[in-house]
Design a protein. Structure first.
Lengths: 478, 732
């Protein structure tokens, strides 16, 4: 079907009012290519085990040694300087060789048939131990929040690169016809700003759409007070009436047709999004499962439930943030690390467990890759003193060894991959760099990270730069 | 050959125990060749098969050609089309002479004729006027301006229009914005800290003013790259109230070096001096290469460039041009101005106290809680007061960030894999050998000491030997006028970039640019007065088949308005646009949902004067860590790196923004009020609105359809409908 043909088809359907039918037709798979819909679904390079991704991002950097990577040696060393044999590392605030070791106050236990070790800070998540593949050997070299956030989310420590979600939607397109392909749910401000979900040098169509809670989940989704759906429809019909006449004398301009389609999509979103975010449609049991009946968990619970509803509706990449720069705290435990960890973990534990359970019971977990983690882990040493005062008992940033877990999307759970050293400082066994994580995630989605490229400034860029190893894929699936 | 080190040319020339390995230009006397050719006792490689005859011949050829090495290596490669001197080509002969208004048309027509195509008919005068206004001002013509132009039937009416638009300050605001894209301009440093560059706007205003006064482009380059070295001035403050004229000129020129002070940087506790300098130099190299040379050097930071003849050594020699240069905050007032600056602390202390109140109200770090409506109001009041306190704090006397020099110019080294802790070979400042030859850098060894490195760079960039920078700029101008560059990849004139669609036209225009004293306004006239520029943008099925991407320019390109143009046009249409020129950047009000994701709301002090909220978009705060949602959605570049060409994306959130945002609905209402005020008779509204927003009269069917709408609907909504149409958002 030529552009011209689709345009004529488009015009013949319009008649008196430009209705949903025409738009639905225009945006259907068959004709999407004619208006060059950049979000049309694309075939993966390899057979995929995951169709969508839910990234649970713990902003600030959760402590791995207090959650998924127990280090009994720390109890022995508590209060002492780190033994010389561990050498030195560069940290953000403290001098590694001059600060004492801080033992974990958490109790670890074994869970599930696999006997995975998880601390008492995640009692609900722990019940899903057999779904989790815990990668204890993640590492990179960005020890500041910005560098680390950008590395995890953009594959590059500096500004200007597209985010992971943008690359994924650029590579695979969208399965949803009335929702954005890449959705972000924030908890407040982000330390490095919106760059973590921006499209960088990719076209803006691939940038993350921020979904908010409440009746207007997408920016400017809600018409101003006093405008009814029917008056909105009338206005839209009139816009399109003008646009068609404008197009008639400018035949074959796919940009103009694309904008006509974008207006229809916008109003499909307007119709679909309130239904999407209307969590009252879920049963009481489901809402409880996500902890929506408790003050501490209702916020993140609603986000997790929304995430399930999004992947159910074909959204490709969903990212949930826990931790904010604008109130409510984050995972950045420079002082009283354990207290902060407990307060943050309490907010997400039940919701995350609910999400895993709900995805599994609906058969969605098989095709949805869930990734949990932050921009780095934390040091085995104290950020300052151990005297118990308000600013003591903290942990500094540790990008040299930290934990991320994955579940679903073809990942076989109930296992640990890799290891850090005796004190949890460095990844020493099967180290997994951020680039390897990204390459792996793309591989589970059926995308060859070396082939997903975009030309910019004289060369072909990719998410993994010139790196990215894939040996993790087999280990995850085994 | 004990002791022989073949890793550098110098050590190969020095040789080992057996003497020099290499005698450039004489393979017969070179041990290296003799050993490889098994000519003599020494036979290489030891214990392995002799090299092939072909390989030995190549080795011989290389030595005989002078053994070019490393940065010298590239010189032996073929010159790339874009690197050399500009040679003015002959204007081609064409069959359709009558269409040729100036030589541009001859080049374009020759291309079209070679494919059996004809140019498009001229655009209507209305279309042309709207095109020219947006092109030069980024604003629509007012109905009065349109009427005056249409009424002017003199043969040079169009020329007069172009000239008058070029003479308006609105011109610099539009074309300066183009350059600010190239200069990756922002008011903050980005990343977590996102530090405020409080004086960055002086560079922004310098750019706008430079375009307005038609500063020759070679001077524009010299000032930005090396004003301090070319026009040295100790910039001592004067004791009187006014600065002498020559001082003021020196200051203005020097503000141009602000280009290198508005860069993206993560300022962290852990940043070391060396690391900071390495990052800054890398950024300076990248920006210089992209903005002026249309090349990408950054690959060579870690290894020799894979595609372009830029070695790692070239890279660090180029970076050494910036060694010893550093950002300095400089007072730009007289000593009296400094003296009069007093008692500013009170307001700043007040702002800090207000911030403490705000923190308390929000419940501190751990206790985000639901605020009551009253508390929400209180929070908004506090945020506004903090903003006011900052704005009203007596401004520190005027300062600018410019380039200056450190007391000692540090040695420069190749950094292995780009790592500042791994210093390799020491290098001297210089220019990539494959590009045009550069001047000698002769640095005085005794005082008064003014380094000459960036001066040499500026000379090199503006030397007639070096055709690249002027080709790049001419191409940018063509792209900003026509919509597509003659070279599509405006920041890549290297081997990975696109080849020009009209190489001779590019050469001719570049030669013309030089002949016209690098006057940018002269080039505007040249391009805009051509018949090529005046073509209609209407499609044509058969031509589109032959040249779907319009590479031959058989029609004008239609384009969507850029982010700033959309906002400015809405403001202009509602009559609210505040045309105040220059000054500190303005933060405009954002709704709660619009500012989500911003790291710290107090970093967005909304200007207390609401008139300021209607300033032209080029004067709004450009925050690297947070772009205005409207601008982000309409493809404003992210200021991370130099942007040669904006994307023009079409996404659904744009539609939501244009239909539902308070900015759009508010201004639609203001437009409706304006129409009612100017045309009390409702029957005139549809035509008046069409003229105001589309720059043309309403057709009978439009009158009928829109009037019918108004029977049940509101004029405010009709205005919003118009603002959402493709006709408003695109320029033919």
């Amino acid at each position: 079907m030529s552009i011209e043909h689709s345009r004529r088809l488009f015009l013949t359907r319009t008649g008196l009012g430009f209705g949903w039918v025409a738009a639905a037709d225009l945006l259907s798979r068959a004709s999407a290519a004619q208006v060059a819909n950049p979000l049309a679904p694309k075939a993966p390079h390899w057979p995929a085990t995951a169709k969508s991704v839910i990234s649970l991002f713990m902003h600030g950097g959760p402590s791995h040694i207090d959650t998924f990577d127990p280090k009994p040696a720390l109890e022995r060393l508590h209060g002492k300087l780190v033994p010389e044999s561990f050498g030195d590392v560069q940290l953000q605030f403290s001098k590694f060789r001059e600060v004492p070791v801080l033992a974990s106050q958490r109790k670890f236990a074994r869970y599930g048939q696999s006997g995975l070790e998880i601390s008492d800070v995640f009692p609900h998540t722990a019940l899903h131990a057999d779904k989790l593949a815990v990668i204890r050997s993640c590492y990179h070299d960005g020890f500041t929040h910005t560098a680390a956030l950008n590395l995890l989310n953009n594959g590059w420590p500096r500004l200007g690169r597209p985010s992971v979600g943008s690359w994924v939607t650029y590579g695979l397109g969208s399965e949803s016809e009335n929702l954005p392909a890449f959705v972000v749910m924030l908890d407040g401000g982000i330390k490095s700003g919106p760059v973590v979900y921006s499209s960088g040098f990719l076209p803006a169509v691939y940038q993350g759409t921020v979904l908010r809670s409440g009746p207007s989940p997408i920016l400017h989704l809600q018409p101003p007070p006093g405008r009814t759906p029917s008056s909105q429809r009338e206005m839209l019909d009139l816009v399109q009436w003008y646009n068609q006449r404008h197009l008639e004398s400018r035949s074959g301009d796919s940009d103009l047709s694309a904008r006509i389609a974008a207006y229809e999509l916008a109003f499909k979103m307007q119709a679909a999004a309130p239904e999407l975010s209307d969590l009252s449609r879920e049963t009481e049991a489901t809402r409880k499962l996500y902890g929506m009946d408790e003050d501490a968990t209702k916020d993140f619970g609603a986000k997790c439930l929304m995430a399930r509803r999004l992947v159910e509706r074909g959204v490709r990449y969903v990212q949930l943030w826990s931790g904010s720069t604008t109130g409510g705290g984050d995972w950045d435990g420079h002082a009283q690390c354990d207290k902060g960890l407990q307060s943050m973990a309490r907010k997400i534990d039940k919701p995350v467990a609910g999400l895993l359970a709900d995805l599994a019971s609906r058969g969605l977990l098989d095709s949805t890759l869930v990734i949990w983690g932050g921009e780095f882990g934390r040091t085995p040493t104290s950020d300052g003193s151990l005297n118990g005062g308000g600013d003591s008992m903290g942990r500094d940033h540790n990008p040299y060894g930290f934990t991320i877990w994955m579940a679903g999307g073809g990942v076989r759970g109930g296992k640990v991959i890799g290891a850090t050293d005796e004190i949890g400082l460095r990844a020493i066994e099967d180290p997994v760099h951020v680039h390897d994580l990204h390459a792996t995630m793309l591989a589970l989605l059926g995308v060859n990270h070396e082939k997903l490229t975009f030309p910019f400034q004289g060369r072909d860029f990719r998410l993994t730069d010139v790196h990215g190893k894939l040996d993790l894929v087999k280990k995850l699936k085994a | 050959m004990s002791g022989l080190d073949l890793r550098t040319r110098e050590s190969a020339l020095k040789g080992g125990g057996r003497g020099p390995a290499l005698v450039p230009g004489n393979s017969g006397a070179s041990l290296l060749w003799k050993a490889a050719a098994h000519d003599g006792d020494l036979k290489m490689p030891p214990g392995k098969a002799k090299l092939s005859a072909d390989e030995i011949a190549k080795l011989r050829e290389w030595i005989d050609s002078g053994a070019p090495w490393d940065s010298h290596r590239a010189a032996s490669g073929p010159a790339w089309w874009s690197f050399g001197r500009v040679v003015r080509p002959a204007v081609p002969q064409v069959r359709g002479e009558s269409w040729v208004r100036n030589p541009i048309d001859a080049f374009i027509l020759a291309g079209l004729e070679s494919k059996g195509l004809a140019p498009s008919p001229p655009a209507s005068r209305e279309t042309l006027a709207r095109r020219v206004y947006f092109d030069l001002h980024g604003l629509p013509p007012s109905p009065e301006e349109m009427k005056a132009f249409l009424a002017d039937t003199s043969p040079d009416a169009y020329e007069k229009l172009v000239d008058s638009l070029l003479a308006s300050p609105r011109y610099g605001e539009r074309w300066g914005r183009h350059w600010l894209d190239v200069a990756r301009y922002a008011d903050t440093g980005g990343y977590e800290t996102d530090i405020l560059y409080a004086h960055a706007w002086r560079y922004r205003d310098y750019v706008i003013q430079s375009f307005n006064e038609d500063k020759p482009y070679d001077v524009f380059i010299r000032e930005q790259v090396a004003a301090d070295e070319i026009w040295p001035d100790n910039l001592d403050l004067n004791g009187s109230y006014d600065l002498p004229k020559d001082k003021q000129i020196s200051i203005q020129r020097r503000i141009g070096t602000g280009l290198y002070t508005v860069f993206p940087i993560a300022v962290e506790y852990t940043f070391f001096g060396d690391q900071y300098r390495a990052e800054w130099q890398a950024e300076a190299v990248e920006t210089t290469a992209s903005a002026f040379l249309g090349l990408t050097f950054s690959c060579a930071r870690c290894h020799d460039h894979k595609f372009d003849p830029i070695t790692q050594k070239d890279y660090y020699r180029f970076a050494a041009l910036f060694a010893g240069s550093e950002d300095r905050e400089m007072p730009i007032v007289s000593q009296m101005g400094v003296y009069e600056y007093t008692r500013h602390m009170a307001r700043l202390v007040e702002a800090d106290q207000l911030k403490a109140h705000l923190r308390k109200l929000e419940g501190g770090k751990r206790g985000k809680r639901e605020l009551t409506p009253a508390e929400k109001d209180q929070r908004e009041t506090l945020l506004r007061k903090i903003g006011e306190a900052y704005y009203q704090a007596p401004v520190m006397y005027a300062k600018a960030n410019v380039l200056a020099h450190s007391e000692i110019i540090p040695d420069s080294h190749i950094l292995l894999r780009g790592d500042y802790t791994q210093k390799g070979e020491k290098v001297t400042p210089g220019f990539p050998a494959a590009l045009a030859p550069g001047p000698e850098i002769d640095e005085p060894t005794q005082g008064p000491f003014v380094p000459q490195r960036r001066k040499a760079l500026a000379e090199w960039l503006t030397s007639p030997e070096n055709g690249l920078p002027m080709r790049v700029m001419v191409n940018r101008m063509w792209q900003w006028h026509i919509g597509q560059g003659l070279v599509r990849s405006g920041n890549d004139f290297g081997r990975q970039g696109d080849r020009p669609t009209h190489p001779e036209l590019l050469e001719w225009l570049t030669a013309e640019f030089a002949a016209r004293g690098y006057s940018i306004k002269a080039m505007h006239r040249l391009i805009m007065l051509s018949n090529t520029y005046r073509q209609s943008s209407a499609g044509d099925e058969s031509k589109a088949k032959a040249d779907p991407e319009n590479q031959l320019v058989w029609r004008m390109n239609r384009r969507r308005l850029e982010a700033e143009e959309i906002r400015d046009s809405v403001l202009a249409s509602s009559g609210k646009l505040n045309l105040k020129v220059g000054g500190a950047p303005v933060s405009i009000p954002l709704t709660e949902e619009e500012r989500a994701g911003m790291r710290d709301f107090s970093q967005w002090p909304v200007h207390p004067d609401s008139e300021e909220h209607n300033r032209r978009s080029v004067y709004l705060m450009v925050k690297r860590s947070f772009r205005l949602p409207m601008f982000e959605s309409f493809d404003q570049p992210d200021s991370a790196t130099s942007c040669a060409r904006r994307e023009s994306s079409t996404v659904a959130p744009q539609a939501l923004m244009l239909m539902n945002s308070s900015f759009m609905t508010g201004h639609a209402a203001a437009i409706a009020a304006r129409i009612r005020r100017e045309h009390p008779e409702p029957s005139a509204w549809v035509d008046a609105g069409t003229r105001l927003l589309f720059g043309r009269a309403a057709t009978p069917s439009e009158k009928e359809r829109a009037s019918q709408y108004l029977k049940g609907g509101r004029l405010e909504d009709l205005c919003l409908v118009w603002l959402n149409t493709n006709e408003f958002l695109y320029v033919d």
